[in-house]
Design a protein around this ligand. Structure first.
Ligand SMILES: Cc1cc2nc3c(=O)[nH]c(=O)nc-3n(C[C@H](O)[C@H](O)[C@H](O)COP(=O)(O)O)c2cc1C
Length: 315
């Protein structure tokens, strides 16, 4: 399938594996890139040496284009920005901040830049700053989210920009991918579907919870702090909601303590009581673990079929 995004990134399928802190490491990113999508290594707040190692390990598995994500507000953003250049990363996605001050150096290094945006205003700012594409992410998705859903966000961003738009949030199969193209997107970014992939190195408990999820299994916490996060409704998410409702100095302090390191507890330890199991609403559709290659091929084939034959439904 050829789109402006496959052309821009030099990939086979217009599917980007979204950054996922503590999760999107070399096994997952390399599997997606090797299979013809774009794999992304999540920078998060991880030490630079660790990320360098992850990039190099991914390069041992595949020489196809590889991406990296930088959270611009993280304390190591400057070092990761330079690491991307030194390690000849092909594509950078950015979140939480303005990549303006790095743009010239990244462009000189031939890196493609795709900021994640949750509003038209931010998307326009990113285009002006020199982005090659933007990822418009709706709040159906897992992890940190904005306020708009994918359906109204994507076409408004598409109309406001002249660079290509990638749709994210709630996409895990060919129907969502086809719908994204109808909204004007040139590619999709998925996170949750890759939690249910063989190559994703999260705890068995995490995978089990994702596969068991239904349409109403996720919840948004963190709204009072201005940093909403979508995750599975586990004891930790319920505790967060209760403490947020109490909204006292003591409860907010307890909340901060309880959530520190809680994603890592879910990813590495499968700690059901104390972990934060970030996931998107689309987890309700995932029923089995699959290799990344099957996910990419299956989604694209289904989307192509639907788009080719859509007119028949209305004859
Ligand atoms: C467990 C999890 C962790 C995530 N962590 C990050 C992150 O560190 N940086 C980021 O830019 N996006 C992060 N995201 C968002 C994804 O990159 C992607 O945009 C999102 O998952 C798309 O929606 P979906 O979950 O419906 O597929 C995360 C998503 C999940 C599910």
């Amino acid at each position: 399938m050829k789109t402006k995004i496959t052309e821009l990134l030099g990939i086979e399928y217009p599917i980007v594996q979204g950054a996922m802190a503590w999760i999107a490491e070399h096994h997952l990113a390399a599997a997606v890139s090797k299979a013809g999508g774009l794999g992304i290594i999540a920078g998060g707040a991880a030490p630079v040496d660790y990320i360098r190692d992850e990039i190099r390990k991914a390069r041992e598995i595949t020489d196809k284009p590889l991406g990296m994500n930088i959270m611009l507000l993280s304390p190591n953003a400057d070092d990761l920005a330079q690491l991307a250049i030194d390690e000849k990363i092909e594509v950078l996605t950015t979140g939480a901040g303005n990549p303006g001050k790095y743009m010239a150096a990244w462009k000189n290094a031939g890196i493609k830049i795709m900021p994640v945006v949750a509003s038209v205003a931010l998307a326009k700012r990113m285009e002006r700053a020199g982005a090659d594409a933007v990822i418009a992410e709706g709040m159906e998705g897992g992890g940190h989210i904005g306020e708009l859903t994918t359906m109204p966000l994507v076409p408004q961003v598409v109309d406001a920009l002249s660079i290509p738009v990638i749709a994210a949030g709630g996409i895990a199969e060919g129907r969502g991918m086809a719908a994204s193209f109808m909204l004007g997107a040139e590619g999709v970014q998925c996170g949750t579907v890759f939690l249910a992939s063989n190559e994703c190195c999260i705890s068995d408990k995490y995978k089990e919870l994702v596969l068991k999820a239904t349409d109403i299994s996720t919840v948004v916490t963190g709204r009072p702090s201005g940093h909403p996060v979508r995750s599975l409704k586990t004891p930790m998410a319920r505790k967060c909601l209760e403490l947020e409702k109490e909204n006292t100095d003591a409860s907010l302090e307890e909340l901060e303590k309880a959530t520190a390191g809680s994603l890592r507890k879910a990813v590495q330890d499968g700690n059901y009581e104390e972990g934060t199991f970030m996931s998107g609403q689309i987890a309700g559709m995932l029923r089995e673990l699959r290799p990344c290659e099957d996910i990419l091929k299956g989604m694209t084939a289904e989307a192509e079929e639907l788009l080719k034959n859509a007119y028949k439904r209305f004859e």
